[in-house]
Design a binder for this molecule. Structure first.
Ligand code: BEZ
Ligand code: FE
Length: 294
């Protein structure tokens, strides 16, 4: 019997999938085996290092529960989540190549702090609850042809003035809500100017980042998820232009088109007519959604 050598094992595994009925699964698994074996050969991995890797993945799994997803954090901090988002957008752009219209708003990572079922609020409501620096978020949602998207559900969430999300503090929702755009596609709400904050660092991924000599921080951002009938769902953020860490986001999520000015205003009348007795910020951003084909 011919014996398998270092460079043969990957091909042998791939050939064992001859009976596999799912062509896409076979393609993905074949590439995974090919690249995983090439990686091991490239670094000449030792048995101790392989055991350390298995131990790390085991700890990562043990750290997961309903509130904590350490595997997603691993994917985020290795740039894989953002690569998947970017591949998806590139695939969408190829599908739209022969249709006129503007480019859609760029997507970014969802992160682990989305909590379905946030309270539904009227346009203009203040969800800042006295935390941090008040900020009026406003703009318009259109499709890539400039047509208003009415009744678009806008789920928004952020951390508090110290960068902590409600989920990290307890069981009460805060600094999150759902709004619906009006007939012209307009949205507006008050919240806070988000600050930079660290991703959870008290688990195996935090230890990995420390050993890599990396920091844990994400630049200040407001999460937004937009869903409207007949349009592709968009998961994205608005990033604060003067925030630290824009050029070294721990999860590689920054897109230049999502970085927004947050001008500061003295106390007085805000653009939505509200009278503010302290300084406030505004953040204007227009979203473009992709209409579903057909
Ligand atoms: C966030 O932006 O909420 C986030 C994203 C990825 C990992 C951790 C947090
Ligand atoms: Fe976040």
């Amino acid at each position: 019997m011919a014996q398998l050598e270092v460079t043969d094992f990957a091909q042998a595994v791939i050939e064992r999938m001859g009976e596999c009925k799912d062509a896409r699964f076979k393609q993905v698994m074949s590439a995974l085996v090919k690249h995983a074996h090439a990686f091991m050969r490239e670094v000449d991995l030792t048995p101790e290092e392989w055991m350390a890797g298995i131990q790390f993945l085991t700890e990562t799994g043990k750290k997961c529960d309903e509130k904590r997803q350490e595997f997603i954090l691993l994917s985020d901090t290795l740039g894989i989540s953002m690569l998947v988002v970017a591949l998806d957008q590139a695939r969408g752009a190829r599908a739209l190549a022969d249709r006129p219209g503007e480019r859609p708003t760029e997507a970014t990572v969802q992160g682990p702090f989305f909590w379905p079922g946030a309270p539904k609020k009227e346009l203009g409501a203040d969800i800042g609850e006295g935390f941090g620096e008040p900020t009026l978020y406003h703009g318009r949602v259109t499709d890539t042809f400039g047509k208003a998207v009415a009744d678009c559900v806008l789920d928004v969430w952020s951390g508090d003035e110290g960068g902590l999300y409600d989920m990290q503090k307890g069981h009460e929702m805060s600094l999150r809500a759902q709004f619906r755009t009006d007939k012209e596609g307009n949205y507006r709400f008050w919240s806070i100017k988000p600050t930079y904050y660290p991703v959870p660092g008290d688990g195996p991924v935090g230890r990995m980042l420390d050993k890599m000599g990396r920091h844990l921080n994400r630049p200040g951002h407001m999460h937004m998820m937009l869903e409207a009938p007949g349009h592709q769902k968009l998961v994205t953020h608005i990033f604060v232009k003067d925030s630290p860490y824009l050029d070294s986001d721990a999860v590689f999520g920054v897109r230049n088109s999502l970085v927004v000015d947050f001008p500061k205003h003295p106390p007085g009348k805000a653009p939505d007519g509200r009278t503010m007795d302290k300084p406030f910020y505004t953040a204007k951003y227009d979203f473009r959604l992709v209409p579903k084909a057909g």
